[in-house]
Ligand binder design. Structure first.
Ligand code: GLY
Ligand code: MN
Ligand code: MN
Length: 451
């Protein structure tokens, strides 16, 4: 945990932003894989971690703004559990480290919320993504699980997002720590990649480094020569000379701050065509990073990367017509369909669980329905202290090329015959993590090896 002052300050700021009511944060529970005592690795909810820092299952955190009182509901493990789990200490000890003065048994939670509701005070909670907590909410607030997220508090979402998006120095240190372990993983990936090695062997070498360093992954590693499958988590390929390996991976520190980095690594030398396309992605990423700073809309950072990709791909004969036309129409998305990046922090896609449209968009900037922009996770103005990924890519996706060709989509701009010749090429993505500042963006992952 951070120093207790960090959590006290975070909760005070939230109370100031909310003004009144009661904010409740439902911590996570153990989740069974195939029978109750065989569980997935426990991962605490990120907002719970942010305000309370206590990394154990079965807790509910309360920030009672009206009474200026913060506490946690939870039960210590019993004597029998100690046999299996060891002496993990008391919740109270951890609560003290979080600057809380008291904990309450879970049995008191129902009465507490009954009283809050009776006194007509507002109870605010965030959108839920685990069924167990939806059931807890039904028990304490009487809201049906299927409708829980319709009752999530917009005011709380906005306040939490605003706070969590802006990273403090100690949070940036954590992200740098995660990036530094990623750096070691990518050194191994570049050193060990060779003809004949399987994707899973290379993966094992890289992930071993994370485990040796006492951390775990922030999401399942993508390591594949099929870079055209964007979130391909299979590792059953054998690497051959001439393949391009897309490795998109991250780790999270003990305090659960993440890194998220992508490198494209050739097996042997790159061909001329591979290098040409690689260079376009590289330029798109550099131009996008150069544009990113406080006050700039992330949408414009995305469009900058799209412009460079449109120009480069036009230069290679895949697009035709005006660059403005290719970008404005969204034709570029036939090869670059995802957004340029997302916030990074306690979640890899930071705050995504609160709703991208609330976190990454605003009243003045609404999500576009255009194919290339639909997947842009964050579009609004950047502020100093945000940590964002910048991760453009070029992909030759057979199903997409075929579909667009059949519908003659943007055929003024796209040379489908040329694109069809690229099916089987795979994809190229480069991803770095940047800290937004007033005058520009600092690349936190600049020391991570790249081709
Ligand atoms: N790791 C998925 C992403 O880069 O967003
Ligand atoms: Mn990634
Ligand atoms: Mn990412």
């Amino acid at each position: 945990m951070f120093e207790k002052e960090v959590y006290i300050k975070r909760r005070s700021e939230l109370k100031r932003a909310l003004g009144r009511g009661v904010a409740v944060f439902f911590g996570n529970h153990e989740v069974a894989i195939n029978y109750p005592s065989n569980t997935y690795r426990f991962r605490q909810d990120s907002s719970f971690l942010y305000y309370f820092g206590i990394d154990r299952p079965g807790l509910v955190g309360v920030i009672d703004v009206d009474k200026d009182n913060d506490f946690v509901f939870g039960d210590d493990i019993d004597d029998e559990d100690v046999i299996w789990m060891g002496d993990i200490g008391t919740i109270y000890d951890e609560a003290l480290k979080s600057g809380l003065c008291c904990i309450k048994p879970l049995s008191e939670m129902y009465g507490y919320f009954r009283d809050v509701i009776k006194s007509k005070r507002e109870v605010m909670f965030l959108p839920q993504y685990r069924f167990k907590n939806m059931i807890v909410i039904e028990e304490v607030l009487g809201i049906k699980p299927q409708t829980v997220n319709g009752y999530a508090s917009l005011k709380l979402i906005r306040a939490v997002a605003e706070q969590r998006l802006k990273k403090s120095e100690e949070e940036i240190e954590q992200i740098k720590k995660a990036i530094n372990i990623s750096k070691g993983m990518y050194e191994i990936a570049f050193d060990k990649v060779r003809e004949g090695i399987t994707e899973s062997q290379l993966l094992a070498e890289c992930e071993a480094y994370a485990i040796e360093n006492g951390v775990w992954l922030s999401f399942p590693t993508i390591l594949t020569k099929r870079g055209d499958i964007l979130h391909n988590t299979r590792h059953d390929g054998v690497l051959n000379r001439g393949d391009l390996v897309v490795m998109d991976s991250g780790v999270e520190t003990e305090l659960h701050y993440a890194s998220d980095i992508t490198r494209t690594i050739p097996v042997g030398n790159m061909s001329r065509l591979q290098k040409d396309i690689y260079d376009i992605v590289d330029s798109a990423q550099r131009s996008a990073i150069a544009k990113a700073k406080e006050g700039v809309r992330f949408l414009d950072v995305h469009l900058e990367s799209a412009r460079v990709i449109a120009e480069g791909m036009k230069g290679l004969g895949f697009f035709r017509g005006s660059i403005d036309g290719i970008v404005e129409s969204g034709a570029y998305a036939v090869v670059y369909l995802h957004g340029v990046g997302h916030p990074l922090g306690l979640d890899v896609h930071d705050l995504e669980g609160l709703g991208e449209d609330y976190v990454g968009y605003s009243d003045s900037i609404k999500r576009s329905n255009k194919f290339g922009l639909r997947y842009l996770r964050f579009a609004k103005q950047l502020k100093e202290g945000y940590v964002m990924t910048v991760e453009p890519g070029i992909y030759f996706i057979s199903a997409l090329i075929e579909k667009w060709h059949n519908h003659q989509r943007f055929s003024d701009f796209v040379d489908y015959d040329a694109l069809k010749g690229m099916i089987g090429f795979g994809g190229i993505r480069l991803e770095d993590d940047v800290l937004i500042k007033r005058e520009g963006a600092e690349v936190l992952s600049k020391d991570v090896r790249r081709f």
